[in-house]
Design a protein around this ligand. Structure first.
Ligand SMILES: [Zn+2]
Length: 240
């Protein structure tokens, strides 16, 4: 009787634990369920969909966006898998010493031969807001320092904005513009232009309140507007 009670008790504990695990796993499990449903929908539309997708990619666009969960490149642009090559980090920063970003950019420009590179920020960006504050958040402070530099470059304009949300949104725009500028300064982009490659670098901001993209009209197609210190006119053709 005692053994039976213990077994019952253990069983109860085991069941309770499973229930807890089930609750904890629910968002995880929904991903797998969502994947299975997505595969089913794709195959219903086109039985050859994944066979075609597996053959390779030839995207014409590189998207450099924020890691924020609300701004997925394909959803925002109504594009399908295979159409946009994507790199994302906190606050869509393009740092000239970031091997991750440079590797993605080099592969996109020199191997995939994308025609457009888009830096896509978004209003209300938490990373930009954190950079605008004077709080410490840990390791990320070193990354956000790049955005503080953007503020310093444009402090004459930003310091005059007294409405904090408006100031944040303007810094979001200026951050995108400076990151476009940073991409254009790289040897990767300048050599592509020097070689006559058709490549445009654009700056966008997504409005989370409407879903709409604002084109900041800073599209660059050549090194002529970089400023003489950054122009690499005699860059060797083969160097990247
Ligand atoms: Zn963000």
């Amino acid at each position: 009787m005692l053994v039976k009670e213990n077994q019952t008790k253990e069983n109860k504990v085991a069941i309770d634990t499973n229930n807890i695990k089930l609750v904890q796993k629910s968002s995880y499990d929904s991903l797998l369920k969502g994947n299975a449903e997505w595969v089913e929908r794709r195959l219903k539309d086109d039985p050859e969909y994944f066979k075609t997708l597996a053959k390779g990619q030839s995207p014409e666009v590189l998207w450099i966006g924020c890691s924020d969960s609300r701004v997925p490149a394909n959803e925002v642009t109504g594009t399908k898998p295979g159409e946009v090559f994507v790199h994302r980090n906190i606050a869509n920063v393009c740092v000239h010493s970031d091997m991750n970003m440079l590797s993605v950019l080099d592969y996109a420009v020199n191997v995939l031969k994308v025609k457009h590179v888009i830096v896509a920020g978004h209003y209300g960006c938490g990373g930009v807001a954190a950079a605008m504050s004077h709080k410490q958040f840990g390791l990320i402070d070193n990354w956000l320092r790049n955005i503080k530099d953007v503020y310093r470059l444009h402090s004459h304009e930003l310091d005059r904005i007294t409405d904090e949300p408006a100031k944040l949104n303007r810094l979001v725009e200026l951050n995108v513009i400076e990151q476009v500028y940073n991409l254009c300064k790289t040897t990767i982009v300048q050599n592509a232009w020097g070689n006559g490659q058709n490549l445009e670098v654009h700056g966008w901001v997504i409005d989370l309140g409407t879903g709409l993209v604002k084109d900041l009209k800073v599209s660059s197609t050549g090194a002529q507007n970089l400023g003489y210190m950054y122009e690499l006119n005699d860059a060797p053709v083969a160097a990247h």
